[in-house]
Design a protein around this ligand. Structure first.
Ligand code: ADP
Ligand code: ZN
Ligand code: ZN
Length: 724
């Protein structure tokens, strides 16, 4: 008797695929197999074994080859992925594919073992012995660290701060070479941290006491209250019980500094999983976790899908961060799925933030999550003072008020640092003709082109279209073309004109394009001395800035007047997060909020009551307006070059959505109705409870899939969307 294998294949079809396996072949669920599919060969994952199939025997193709002797995916992970595929209405084959590191999606053998390391060459030893050698540089520290023997990148991090550019220099000079070493790191002792204070102790104990079952917690701790110390204490307990800890951090926060802190404090190897790694490095870390060899896994969003044979705890740091939402393909939310996984694994999950999402606060309110508050800042740090600067009727210099410039000058005079925050790169968001009112628009997106003065270009930040800056107005021929508004490039120009002797570091996507540039820039961020840092979202968190005492938020009003109902939550989180950066040190910090609406009620709530008060107000507003987390949404998005095809498709899709349990909104224009020449629209489905939404979606989407012109468009569904 042959047996049937039901496989998840990486194809966008909502079904499992049956294949025949010869009797002798054992492939348990979770193993990868190579199978013929059409004219290709693809790698699939065994989901189930069965004895019969709906397909005729002669239609059943045999599998080509079994790729894994033992399952790569644990039964729990496979079950969670199946749950997620159903919940997010995404084909299981693609969900399974998203969970696997790229190197494991093909039939090539598993990556070679051993850990990549760096070793001093003979030339390197000679350079070290050179009496002319410059002491005290990072290059110098690197040579010293390697003199005893080869070190992995992870090990180097604990010995040389910001070593990336030094490594490149040393490699280029032939002083060091890449090798592989057998063991991950040299064992080292864990450094004891500061003793936990009372609040931290209580929080850690609560999680530790619950470690034998599923228990969701919200660690609601103001910035600098020592949340990381609480994580470390819980992980230490978890390691002592021989269990694994999975820690997720936002995209931007997984820095060498963060890895170093965990490694030093826990005294074990940390398996890092993030997009900055090479494919085989990622696969190796993933496999180490899957084999139970990695005690601690620290990664960004997709690290959530690492198999955990000895699960102990899951920690989601900065749980409010939007980078936990996958915005294309399999659109999952890693924070929400983490809670589901912890439930399936029967372990505690700890969500931590100084500015918790309204979703998590609502879960606390409903008694689903237990709140662990940390209200006091650990160590000596005092909370920063928030100041509102009224921009009305002021003469602005490139968007900065005179009093703001004075505050910056005073801060620099003390030898301290300033962060000027503006979430827009480029010189100005609009180029406007003062004579006729023409402004430069992207022909493909119907949005303003951003002026990049330094590069001499107008660029569309939505589709990548660019052109030279016109010398005269294309509409009236006039020469009065003026930049309107300001981006980071313009702020840099204004501030370097005003403070010509002060070093300025600008951090945005334009200044961090190459890995080289980025590493060098980030390596230099903690340096001391009077400096101005100008940055977008990229600087709002992550790197430790110990000398920073003043933060200026230039574009507060954009957050107050956005049409996105989440904008005020995001603004509050941003202000509190950047404020937290300003006084980690002993010196008290200050935050300046520039606005044209100093009397805006939400600003008042934030200033007087802090994030807690703001969140309470926003939750009440959302409740009254029937918005998430008090309602549940799913969004059907569609895009196509022909306007009429889009309109027809969305109209029929919206009509097909008739069910008393849901409310259909639309067809609606997308927030960007046209991008890169493509028309975009959407249908929003609303339900009072999750179960109703989940009950409705499969039937509706089956109907949408069966629509005649469906193949002519690109469309997708987003369950619990964060951008509407
Ligand atoms: P958070 O993650 O809440 O922003 P951290 O865990 O990074 O805070 O801690 C902020 C700072 O306070 C760090 O420098 C940390 O070493 C210090 N710290 C944390 N807990 C304590 C404590 N109990 N005693 C003294 N210092 C502490
Ligand atoms: Zn004009
Ligand atoms: Zn465009």
């Amino acid at each position: 008797m042959t047996s049937i294998l039901r496989l998840a294949l990486p194809v966008p079809l909502n079904t499992l695929f049956d294949y025949r396996a010869p009797e002798a072949v054992v492939a348990a669920p979770g193993c990868r197999v190579l199978v013929p599919f059409g004219r290709r060969q693809v790698v699939g994952v065994v989901v189930e074994r069965a004895t019969d199939s709906e397909l005729d025997d002669n239609k059943l193709k045999p599998i080509e080859r079994v790729l894994d002797a033992a399952p790569l995916l644990t039964p729990e992970l496979l079950a969670t992925l199946r749950w997620a595929a159903r919940y997010y209405q995404h084909p299981l084959g693609e969900v399974v594919q998203a969970a696997l590191p790229v190197a494991l999606r093909s039939a090539r053998g598993l990556p070679e073992s051993g850990v990549p390391a760096l070793r001093l060459t003979a030339a390197g030893h000679a350079a070290r012995g050179d009496p002319q050698r410059r002491r005290g540089t990072r290059l110098d520290a690197l040579l010293d660290a390697l003199a005893i023997g080869p070190l992995s990148g992870a090990d180097l991090e604990t010995r040389v701060a910001g070593f990336a550019s030094a490594v490149r220099t040393a490699l280029a000079r032939g002083w060091i070479e890449r090798v592989r070493v057998a063991s991950a790191t040299r064992p080292h002792a864990a450094n004891a941290g500061p003793p936990l204070n009372e609040e931290q102790r209580q929080a850690a104990d609560a999680v530790i006491a619950a470690s034998e079952g599923f228990a969701p917690f919200l660690l609601d701790g103001v910035t600098g209250s020592g949340k990381t110390e609480v994580y470390l204490e819980i992980i230490r307990d978890c390691l002592a019980r021989g269990r694994q800890a999975l820690v997720l951090v936002p995209e931007i926060a997984l820095t060498p500094q963060a890895l170093r802190r965990f490694r030093e404090r826990l005294g074990v190897d940390i398996a890092a999983l993030h997009s900055g790694l090479g494919e085989s490095e990622r696969a190796r870390a993933w496999l180490a976790a899957a084999r139970g060899e990695a005690p601690v896994i620290l990664g960004t969003r997709s690290a959530l899908f690492v198999p955990l044979p000895n699960p102990g705890v899951i920690v989601i740091d900065e749980e409010h961060d939007t980078s936990y939402k996958q915005q294309e393909g399999f659109r999952y939310h890693a924070r929400d799925l983490a809670v589901m996984r912890a439930k399936a694994l029967g372990i505690p999950v700890l969500l931590g933030s100084a500015t918790p999402s309204l979703e998590s606060l609502a879960n606390v309110g409903a008694g689903r999550y237990r709140s662990l508050p940390l209200r006091h800042r650990a160590g000596l740090a005092t909370p920063p003072a928030l100041h509102v600067v009224d921009l009305r009727r002021q003469r602005l210099q490139h968007g900065l008020a005179a009093s703001t410039l004075d505050a910056i000058a005073a801060c620099l005079a003390k030898g301290e640092q300033v962060l000027v925050f503006k979430n827009r790169r480029g010189y100005a968001p609009v180029l406007l003709c003062h004579d006729c009112g023409w402004s430069a628009q992207c022909p493909e997106c119907e949005r303003a082109l951003t002026l990049h003065r330094h590069a001499g270009r107008l660029r569309c930040h939505h589709c990548g279209f660019e052109q030279a800056i016109p010398r005269a107005c294309p509409s009236c021929g006039g020469l009065a073309l003026h930049p309107l508004g300001e981006g980071t490039e313009r702020l840099e120009e204004a501030l370097s004109a005003r403070f010509p002797d002060v070093p300025i570091v600008r951090v945005d996507r334009d200044t961090t394009r190459g890995r080289r540039m980025r590493d060098a820039l980030f390596d230099s961020l903690p340096d001391a001395g009077a400096r101005i840092l100008i940055g977008t979202q990229m600087l709002a968190k992550g790197h430790d800035l110990p000398h920073l005492t003043l933060v200026v938020v230039v574009g507060v009003d954009e957050g107050l007047y956005s049409i996105d109902f989440r904008a005020s939550e995001r603004l509050g989180q941003l202000v509190v997060q950047v404020a937290g950066r300003a006084s980690r040190a002993e010196r008290p910090g200050a935050v300046i909020l520039q606005t044209h609406d100093p009397a805006h009620p939400l600003l008042g709530v934030l200033l007087n009551g802090g994030y807690r008060a703001l969140a309470a107000q926003l939750l009440e507003d959302r409740h009254n307006a029937g918005l998430p987390p008090f309602a549940h949404f799913a969004l059907l998005r569609a895009e196509v070059k022909q306007r009429d095809v889009l309109d027809a498709f969305l109209a029929v899709a919206a009509t097909a959505a008739n069910d008393p349990a849901i409310i259909t909104h639309g067809p609606l224009a997308a927030p960007m109705p046209r991008r890169a020449g493509v028309f975009r629209g959407q249908v929003l489905i609303e339900a009072a409870d999750r179960a109703a939404l989940q009950g409705f979606l499969p039937t509706w989407l089956d109907a949408v899939r069966a629509l005649p012109g469906e193949r002519k468009l690109r469309w997708s569904v987003d369950v619990d969307p964060v951008d509407l």
